[in-house]
Design a protein around this ligand. Structure first.
Ligand SMILES: NC(=O)c1ccc[n+]([C@@H]2O[C@H](COP(=O)([O-])OP(=O)(O)OC[C@H]3O[C@@H](n4cnc5c(N)ncnc54)[C@H](OP(=O)(O)O)[C@@H]3O)[C@@H](O)[C@H]2O)c1
Length: 479
């Protein structure tokens, strides 16, 4: 315990807050700690008090009194109403210039509301994404702080020190004002959903088409982890697939109920992208895929009842198909990231956040769930051209997809012909083909809209909006 004023406080000492407080203390910061139920505070001091300088507080007034000014208080409680409850109790105790950090998984719209309310009281409110689960919180997470530049000037040295580091660089960058940090954290989770869906589709196709066992598939993923696909998620896929169930002695993956759950950040990402008008089909298919898996009523009504293709076997060479699926996975993943960065760009424009897109890839290189080798490629792409309209038109990405596109098309075609669902792979390919099309059938949609609703259309050869007199003589008039 410490007698000098604490430099930073953490309130909310469940798994994430406790580990974040320990990370701060282990890095030499004097940390004041508090939890609504005192037992968690006591447990932290008893078990880990020796790790650094902690100041336990029984209530929020004591926590606030133990801090040097300007005070820096990290809230790490259950997202939603609990966060508002803590803020409401904390604010009257604070002085102008103090900094309140919400490091939970808040919706960025809530963060914008809270930042605005606290700014009016002369306080800084920082919505900060923290990724990496309990392990990351303890040993170095990826940190995505929003809020004012002044608040980051005070917090930056602390947050960068406790964050993960890759090649000596911290996985923590000031994302932008108000809700920018939580927006980018939400997108991180959306991309994580897409990544996992694509990995699951690769596993399913290889298993169903080639009849590989989970143990053999673990070897495939282990092998992939030494190339472009190298990432935390591929690494742990090999680990899960090689796990044996202690009860049956069979593959662990075969005894797990095939209904994927979700906490909501993937769904938020898709909802927000719909409002921004940005296609994030990779993430949407991932969210829908989880919903379908959990729809027990309709699945049991259809399983074994709805007929599949007459020929459910594909005549493919084992090694060639594994290589094709690797290409399909990488290409689809590039599309998912391109879509994710497009959503960040659109939100940055809409909310005036001025987000440095290349720096976002840097934040995610370590500490978080989507950490991956190819994030360096994203950083390099934005270094080459900060105004890149889409990652897919950067030379590296263009070539990577071009190299794998024949394989990608074969995989999508094989999945359709044998009746194995691959919504992530096929939606990604459709997006790619839509993006590169010289002309889209949207022209026909505009014609239909003008016919039934007089919604007007624009022409390829003249400016302005037009309407055709569909029920009369079909002459065209300017709208
Ligand atoms: N778990 C993860 O891997 C992970 C990863 C990234 C981000 N996050 C985010 O980090 C935050 C904390 O996550 P967690 O898993 O450690 O904890 P949690 O289970 O989400 O929340 C439990 C904590 O919230 C406190 N709390 C709940 N209602 C409260 C209220 N009305 N007033 C004051 N405190 C209240 C609890 O206090 P009591 O002990 O008194 O009940 C406890 O400290 C969440 O926003 C979560 O979404 C979690």
């Amino acid at each position: 315990m410490s007698s000098a004023p604490a430099q930073i406080a953490v309130t909310g000492l469940a798994v994430m807050g406790r580990n974040l407080a320990r990370n701060l203390a282990r890095n030499g910061f004097r940390v004041a700690v508090h939890n609504r139920s005192k037992s968690r505070t006591d447990a932290l001091i008893e078990e880990f008090g020796h790790e650094g300088e902690f100041t336990p507080a029984d209530d929020l007034p004591a926590l606030v009194a133990s801090l040097e000014q300007p005070r820096k208080i990290i809230i790490m409680v259950k997202a939603g109403e609990p966060t508002d409850a803590v803020i409401d109790e904390l604010v009257p105790l604070l002085d102008e210039g103090d900094i309140v950090v919400d490091a939970g998984n808040a919706h960025f719209a809530d963060t914008r509301r809270r930042e605005n309310a606290l700014r009016e009281k002369g306080l800084h409110f920082v919505g900060s994404g923290v990724s990496g689960g309990e392990e990351g919180a303890l040993n170095g997470p990826s940190i995505m702080p929003g809020g004012s530049p002044e608040s980051y000037a005070a917090l930056g040295p602390i947050l960068t020190k406790i964050s993960a580091h890759v090649n000596g660089e911290p996985c923590c960058v000031h994302v932008g004002p108000d809700g920018a940090g939580h927006f980018v954290k939400m997108l991180h989770n959306g991309i994580e959903y897409a990544d996992m869906q694509l990995i699951a589709e690769a596993y399913d196709l290889l298993r169903q088409v080639l009849g590989l066992s989970p143990a053999e598939l673990a070897d495939v993923f282990r092998d992939w982890n030494s190339g472009d696909l190298e990432s935390f998620l591929i690494e742990i896929t090999a680990e899960v697939l090689s796990q044996v169930d202690p009860t049956t002695g069979g593959p662990f993956v075969d005894v797990v109920l095939d209904q994927a759950e979700q906490k909501g950040t993937g769904r938020w990402t898709v909802q927000v992208a719909l409002d921004l008008g940005i296609p994030v089909s990779g993430m949407a298919e991932a969210v829908f895929g989880r919903s379908l898996s959990g729809d027990v009523v309709r699945r049991s009504a259809a399983a074994g009842v709805l007929p599949g293709p007459a020929e459910a076997k594909a005549d493919v060479d084992r090694d060639a198909f594994i290589e094709d699926v690797r290409h399909a996975l990488y290409a689809s993943k590039l599309v998912a990231y391109a879509q994710g960065f497009d959503a960040i760009r659109a939100a940055s424009e809409q909310y005036d956040w001025d987000i440095d897109l290349g720096a976002m890839a840097t934040i995610w290189r370590g500490g978080c769930i989507i950490r991956a080798r190819f994030l360096d490629r994203i950083k390099e792409a934005y270094d080459r051209n900060p105004a890149l309209p889409s990652l897919l038109v950067d030379d590296y990405f263009k070539e990577a997809v071009a190299n794998g596109q024949e394989a990608w098309r074969r995989v999508v075609a094989t999945a359709a012909s044998v009746g194995v669902p691959a919504p992530g792979f096929s939606a990604a390919l459709s997006y790619y083909d839509g993006l590169r099309a010289e002309r889209l059938p949207a022209a026909l949609i505009q014609g239909l809209r003008d016919l039934f609703g007089a919604h007007t259309y624009r022409r390829v050869d003249r400016d302005g909006a037009f309407h055709l007199d569909w029920s009369g003589d079909r002459t065209e008039s300017p709208a």
